[in-house]
Ligand binder design. Sequence first.
Ligand code: ADP
Ligand code: MG
Length: 338
Amino acid sequence: MGEFGLIRRIRNMSPGKAPRVLVGIGDDAAALKLSAQRTLLVTTDLLLENVHFDLSYTDYYSLGWKAAAVNLSDIAAMGGRPLFCLTALGIPRAFPIEFIQDFYRGFNDLLGEHRAFLVGGDTCSFRDRFVISVTAIGDAKQERIIKRSGARPGDRIFVTGTLGDSAAGMEILKRLGQRAKGKGKEEKELIERHLRPAPRLLEGRLIAASGCASAMIDVSDGLSSDLHHICEESRVGARIVNDNIPLSALLQAIAPRLSNKAVEYALSGGEDYELLFTVPQARVAKLHALGLAITEIGSIVHGSAVSLLDAAGRKSMLPPKGYDHFGTGRPVKRNKRS
Ligand code: ADP
Ligand code: MG
């Protein structure tokens, strides 16, 4: 059935529309109407040791930072502002307190950058694995919330920043483990992109405030998978131009030494936490006037097919290649993650 089939099943079991639920299961965060003026955004993510992170090459400060970043990124993907977080931990017995302190230093540093605060959680002892659950709470103006479901044929597809660095950084870490610390500046930058991603909160809010975007998601699973999520929720297809996918100079320089082509890390790698969004043609000029670091990578089409155009103009289908917790096969050698 796969992870997303399972979520669909859970969604279908939930009793239809509820008052105040503007956005329920199926988007980056739930949007809940508190009053005519106030809309609450809520999202939660689970991080499991040896599934989402590997402590043999992840320091606790970065782990805390990333646990916050993955949640704040979902608030960014709705066009919202983060306000509060809760953390629930399952901690192995005899776990040094310094590890937990480093974790919360990283966690609070990222929250501090975005003026969000830790306000609660839960703490348990849990066998021999570190388990982290983070919930983020934010707000947004109701009319500015950007869902996954608003893309229409003809809309242009954009992405912030560059894609693929995180997956390449993870491969370097996995290969080298602790020895990665001694690597050159370029490798270190890719590793940093993997360990300490920067959620695009400012970009998300500016895009939302401009009223330009019709749909938005954060790239957590990989471009191919996250684009499929937009297409499924919007009941449309998409066409991506391979050569337009933004790749950093670093990734292009280092990929020949790794096991995949640079663009494969962008399509399948995930954990970039960039924003993927669609914009009607008539609003593209207004979008560019915002001056953000964005790239147009394709367009939304009728139907449900998601395809990739190569430099020669040849079209191939683009299956969702990101990680599926209950799926099989993994095109990019990587850790299990969501
Ligand atoms: P993201 O990658 O943005 O965190 P997910 O793929 O984890 O999103 O989840 C997609 C949607 O499914 C979200 O709306 C999420 O809240 C919902 N969801 C996932 N798992 C469950 C669950 N066990 N029960 C209810 N909703 C779920
Ligand atoms: Mg998301």
